[in-house]
Design a binder for this molecule. Structure first.
Ligand code: ACO
Ligand code: KIV
Ligand code: MG
Length: 556
């Protein structure tokens, strides 16, 4: 049961005692992509129900290279033989491109550090990533250490890493240090620990150290994380020799925002996982971050032009599905069911030029840029309006319904969706349109016709038509006269039919071209209704349209 007063159990997190007045990040903009680091094979992997085998890791690694990652955390080699073997395989089989750096994570314990360095020894370049938790709760509950002791873990761990690296001088060694749980560590203490590590590693602008500042557990709103990052950015010693890295987790559902504000606050690098896999609610989602940049006109330096292929690979390796609403990648994220959205999208597509700024309403990105087709953009259910329905008919069958017919036909669709409560597919829409209009050939069926024109005839008599119908199973040969073919045809019917509106267009091109004709008619005093005819011959199409309207009227 929910507590009536959660204040008796939870306290709000506040990183600074007073307001952080140095803040400048709110007016900053992100103008270039950060250095991306994929931790799918480490943080992502350690959170899986079944961690990846070497084969799956290899497949994932290949895809990360294809996407364009230059920094890849490949595992926690001291944790398992699989992780150790995987890193060794990358090194021994020469699978790491020259411009890519692999990273291996370790706790600050000598035996684990030794094995971690050993796993990557021989690589052209490799980075060791050491972490220890610095937050007060962890100092007290997990380590039973004071601040000084926790700082010494970082300092001694760093020294131990350097001693082990010295055993393998053929490898260019880089170093990353994470004050784990930075998110709830007192900022001045996180700074003190990092500055102490700087004293040991002695980074230079040519050989920078990475300080990764994780929101190991996301503890507060993203603006406060940004304040913490800006504090480090302003106060770290030797800032020009340091890469500030972000590692947000998504416990509060705001990891993407935290990363974006953290970049505005001065960070240079982001660690995360594809589609936000990772411990608990996951690491920050690099796909979303990268494509958010892309939609601001900034190339992220990562290639997601075949997002479905990336998704398939990640789902296979992680054995976890990507949610249908996942930004940019979910099955439904480019689909509109609701009427007003469909209407706006349809209008947007109609005016969008291939080489112009993207402006299709409701679609923040062109699905084609991600290798997604427009097929599923509009789907029809009980929330849909005429725009979506007519869009499907036009896309799939080349039928461009006049506006008033769109309104009339969408009522027929609505009846079906209301009755079934289900989505109707593009094929369903066409079938309903067919039975509602095109297949309305009873009781009046057109058998054949012959038109003769006589320009010298009296007004209203220029055209004569002889038509053969089947009416309720009986053949009838009728004749009509009029100013044009249609009026002559209507005259032949001997029914009180008046044409109120008329539209036609071609479907297809070349020898395959057919004509579609739409007529709105009034019969007697009844409300107007539409008829539709399609035929290779435009005149026949219009006659079929008139009969479609007449037959529909007779049945109502
Ligand atoms: C936020 C993160 O994602 S951090 C990364 C977490 N990832 C993983 O843990 C996955 C891989 N880990 C493992 O397989 C195991 O933890 C191993 C093999 C590395 C170590 O296993 P074990 O030796 O059994 O230790 P265990 O994992 O239980 O760690 C607890 C001990 O390590 C200490 N410890 C935890 N983190 C650290 C650290 N970063 N540096 C130094 N010591 C640490 C704890 O204080 C505890 O010590 P104690 O036994 O004296 O109380
Ligand atoms: C090891 C560290 C960087 C980590 O994964 C975290 O703090 O979330
Ligand atoms: Mg993490």
């Amino acid at each position: 049961m929910m507590l009536s007063n959660p204040a008796t159990k939870y306290i709000p997190f506040k990183p600074f005692e007073r307001d952080f007045s140095e803040r400048t990040w709110p007016t900053k903009r992100i103008t270039h992509p950060p250095v991306w680091m994929s931790t799918d094979l480490r943080d992502g992997n350690q959170s899986l129900i079944e961690p990846m085998s070497v084969e799956r890791k290899l497949r994932f690694f290949d895809m990360l290279l294809k996407i364009g990652f230059k920094e890849i955390e490949v595992g926690f080699p001291s944790a398992s033989q699989t992780d150790f073997d995987f890193v060794r395989k990358l090194v021994d089989d020469n699978l790491i491109p020259d411009d890519v750096t692999i990273i291996a994570l370790t706790q600050a314990r000598p035996e684990l550090i030794e094995r971690t360095v050993e796993s990557a020894a021989g690589a052209k370049r490799a980075m060791i990533h050491l972490y220890n938790a610095c937050a007060p709760g962890f100092r007290r509950i997990v380590f039973n250490m004071n601040r000084e002791q926790v700082k010494q873990v970082a300092v001694e761990g760093t020294q131990c890493v350097m001693d082990n690296m010295a055993k393998y001088p053929q490898t260019e060694w880089l170093y990353e240090y994470s004050p784990e749980v930075f998110s709830t560590t007192e900022p001045d203490f996180a700074l003190e620990v990092c500055n102490a590590v700087t004293e040991i590693w002695k980074p230079t602008p040519q050989r920078k150290i990475i300080y990764n500042l994780p929101a190991t557990i996301e503890a507060t709103t993203p603006n406060m994380y940004a304040d913490q990052i800006e504090y480090m950015h302003n106060n770290l010693n030797k800032r020009d020799s340091i890469v500030i890295s972000l590692h947000p987790h998504n416990d509060r559902g705001t990891a993407v925002a935290a990363a974006e504000l953290g970049l505005m606050a001065g960070a240079d690098r982001v660690e995360g996982c594809l589609f936000g896999n990772g411990e608990r609610t996951g690491n920050v989602d690099i796909v979303t971050l990268a494509l958010n940049l892309y939609t601001q006109g900034i190339h992220p330096g990562l290639d997601f032009s075949d997002i479905d292929e990336v998704r398939r690979c990640v789902e296979f390796c992680n054995q976890l599905p990507v949610h249908p609403r996942h930004p940019y990648a979910g099955d439904l994220v480019f689909t509109a069911f609701s009427g007003s959205h469909q209407d706006a999208i349809k209008k947007g597509f109609a005016v969008q030029q291939a080489d112009a700024i993207w402006e299709v309403p409701y679609l923040p990105i062109d699905p084609a840029d991600l290798g997604r087709s427009y097929d599923a953009v509009i789907r029809v259910n009980s929330q849909s309006g005429k725009g979506g329905v007519s869009y499907l008919l036009e896309q799939e069958h080349g039928l461009a319904l006049p506006r008033r017919l769109q309104i009339e036909f969408s009522r027929a669709i609505q009846r079906v969706t209301d009755e079934t409560g289900r989505e109707v597919t593009a094929a369903d829409v066409y079938n309903i349109f067919n039975s509602e209009y095109l297949a309305q050939t009873q009781p009046w069926t057109l058998i054949k016709h012959r038109i003769t024109g006589d320009p010298s005839a009296a007004e209203g008599q220029h055209f004569t038509i002889e038509v053969e119908f089947d009416v309720d199973g009986k053949r009838r040969a009728l004749t009509g006269r009029g100013d044009g073919a249609i009026s002559a045809f209507v005259d032949s019917l001997g029914e009180p039919v008046r044409i109120m509106d008329y539209h036609e267009h071609a479907i297809g091109t070349g020898t395959d071209t057919r004509a579609a004709c739409y007529v709105e008619v009034r019969i007697g005093d009844a409300p107007t209704g539409f008829g539709v005819g399609v035929d290779r011959d435009i005149v026949t199409a219009s006659f079929k349209a008139v009969l479609s309207a007449l037959n529909r009227h007779i049945k109502t």
